[in-house]
Design a protein around this ligand. Structure first.
Ligand code: ADP
Ligand code: MG
Length: 259
């Protein structure tokens, strides 16, 4: 039987006296496209912050490719193959597409000079080569010299994903990648991410847009008030009573056609 690439075992997190996650467990299989959904405040971003090392767990463990990463710092986790993008775009708006993708190497830089070197003076450095390869492999089609702030939002989202691929992750976590996109851009992003998944990158996506989840995810976990209330396929999720109750009245289920 295949071994999970990422195992989340009973993770619990408190912020002060507030328990925001309680004993949450799920496994990601290699190459899987996995969705993490739930109402606002359910704890989804906190899961990402715990997996990526922004916060530490209060109990539980995180295993990446058989290695316990529960207490490793952020940079080590990235080096071992866990990468993420953030809920709000954090591209450098005045830099070019290529420069922004090159910035994705910063997490691997050992010295401050290595962090800034890619931008500007060295025309053919290895980060530039790596960025060009990563852009090509991901199938990002855009003028690499264009300034990011001048590009449509949907293209910027793709650039953000490509930048996160600079560390050659085995697992890529994306927090609400389709937020703010129009329906056409959303479909395009789903296709783009499927292409990346086909190159054997495991995807863990937090997303509100259920159409997007249906278009891309093979499996979903639903959180509500910090508890896992469901795990199954996107089709099954629409029929699950606990999930329907958790979402009742919210736009996410309405947009999926469940009333
Ligand atoms: N750094 C923090 N300090 C205190 N409370 C936090 C912090 N981050 C998140 N929370 C709380 O944890 C809960 C879950 O938040 P979050 O993980 O952002 O939810 P989601 O991403 O599902 O909308 C919320 O009640 C939120 O207010
Ligand atoms: Mg969130």
């Amino acid at each position: 039987m295949a071994v999970p690439i990422l195992q989340i075992n009973c993770i619990t997190k408190f912020f002060g006296g507030l328990k925001v996650l309680e004993d949450v467990s799920f496994d990601l299989m290699p190459g899987q496209r996995f969705g993490l959904i739930g109402p606002n405040g359910a704890g989804k971003t906190t899961v990402f912050n715990l997996l990526s090392g922004v916060y530490s767990v209060d109990s539980g463990s995180v295993i990446l490719a058989n290695q316990d990463i529960t207490n490793l710092p952020i940079r080590k986790r990235i080096g071992l193959g866990l990468s993420r993008s953030f809920q709000n775009i954090r591209l450098m708006p005045h830099l070019s597409v290529l420069e922004n993708v090159m910035m994705g190497q910063h997490c691997q830089a050992n010295r401050i000079t290595e962090m800034i070197k890619p931008i500007g003076w060295t025309k053919n450095n290895r980060w530039r080569q790596r960025a060009l390869e990563t852009i090509k492999d991901a199938g990002l089609e855009v003028d690499l010299n264009s300034t990011v702030s001048e590009l449509p939002y949907g293209v910027r989202k793709k650039i953000e994903v490509v930048r996160a691929l600079m560390s050659k992750p085995s697992v890529l976590m994306l927090d609400e990648p389709a937020a703010g996109l129009n329906p056409q851009e959303t479909i395009e992003l789903a296709g783009f991410l499927r292409g990346i998944s086909d190159s054997n990158v495991t995807l863990l996506l937090v997303e509100h847009d259920m159409n997007f989840i249906h278009a891309i995810c093979e499996k979903v976990v639903v959180l509500n008030f910090g508890l896992k209330i469901f795990e199954g396929t996107p089709k099954e999720v629409n029929r699950n009573k606990a999930v329907l109750e958790a979402y009742l009245g919210t736009s996410a289920m309405e947009s999926s056609g469940v009333t």
